[in-house]
Ligand binder design. Structure first.
Ligand SMILES: [Fe+2]
Length: 332
């Protein structure tokens, strides 16, 4: 009798557990860092009552995990740091098509043609410079001008940085392998100075080690936040230049997910004015919707979209090809 009661109680608890939380639960694989994502997720849980379990990791590694797990994956959503990884997962047919109500929230450039992922925020490649040593009228119009003798030994870059590598992938897709290789060789021959990552590029500019640099847009903004007189500025090349790549973080829903309502709430939440505003004000990323109070430090979204080259962001998935090229020209 006792055994029967214990058995029945266990059965009840098991069903009770899955009934109570199973329906109001989500599993997110996040290539975005915990420091950024955690507060947003906690707020989402508070507002919706949906429990979110997060597996944090490197975006490329999570994409590989999803490919290995296939239809057995416990993940409902993949929130990636860059579009290339979303492209990899989408190409394998592992994402659902998102509802139109979600897709239409963002401009075409910020979702893929199949409608299997949407961007959640954007970051732009920029030209940073030291105004004390480079006048505005001297600034190059195109990233291809940086191989000219005038800029010899004056440009800093960070070849090991993932955003730099995504930019090289974009140049390969956008301008062709040959032109990308020529540019890399030209930069090296012109004495481009290697930095381990983006922040030291900005510091190198301020310290007078270099006069131009190729970082992402938000690094300088972090310096300016604490010191508005920080002696570095940044700009874009002319509209459509490969050096103006706007890459995105984005999210897709796995086909194996059966929690349609919960996943939609989560994606809608990330695209809501409140969360978009947070990306802008807290980490200086670009919003992907225009329902935010524009930052005077960031370009309006429509202007940004005119600057970035015309290319399909999810084609930036050949990181291996880029790494091989960088090794071939002896930059990595
Ligand atoms: Fe970064």
């Amino acid at each position: 009798m006792l055994r029967y009661l214990v058995g029945a109680l266990c059965l009840f608890l098991a069903v009770g557990t899955s009934g109570a939380t199973g329906d109001r639960e989500l599993v997110v694989y996040s290539g975005r860092s915990k420091g950024l994502v955690h507060p947003i997720i906690k707020q989402f849980e508070k507002e919706t009552g949906i429990i979110v379990k997060v597996r944090y990791g490197n975006t490329a590694q999570l994409a590989v995990a999803l490919l290995e797990e296939g239809s057995e994956s416990p993940a409902d959503l993949f929130w990636a740091q860059d579009a290339g990884a979303l492209g990899t997962v989408s190409k394998q047919g592992l994402f659902q098509t998102l509802p139109e109500s979600i897709l239409l929230t963002v401009p075409d450039k910020f979702r893929n043609a199949k409608g299997t992922w949407v961007a959640t925020s954007g970051r732009a490649r920029v030209l940073a410079y030291a105004p004390e040593r480079v006048k505005a009228e001297e600034l190059p119009n195109s990233i291809f001008e940086l191989t000219e003798p005038k800029w010899e030994g004056r440009v800093g870059w960070a070849p090991q940085n993932a955003s730099f590598q995504a930019f090289v992938t974009a140049m390969r897709v956008f301008k062709g392998e040959k032109k990308a290789e020529e540019w890399l060789r030209g930069m090296k021959a012109n004495g481009a100075k290697n930095y381990p990552k983006n922040t030291p590029i900005i510091q190198g500019l301020a310290a007078g080690e270099i006069d131009l640099g190729l970082p992402n847009h938000y690094y300088l903004m972090r310096f300016k936040k604490s010191d508005s007189g920080f002696p570095v500025e940044q700009t874009f090349f002319t509209s459509g230049d490969a050096g103006n790549l706007v890459n995105v973080a984005g999210i897709g829903v796995l086909k194996s997910s059966t929690r349609a309502e919960e996943v939609s709430s989560f994606v809608e939440y990330l695209l809501s004015p409140k969360v978009q505003q947070l990306f802008v004000s807290e980490i200086f990323e670009y919003p992907v919707t225009d329902a935010v109070i524009p930052s005077e430090k960031l370009l309006p979204l429509d202007e940004l979209l005119k600057l970035t080259p015309e290319l399909d962001l999810e084609k930036l998935d050949d990181l291996e090809g880029t790494l091989n090229l960088l090794r071939k020209v002896d930059i990595l």
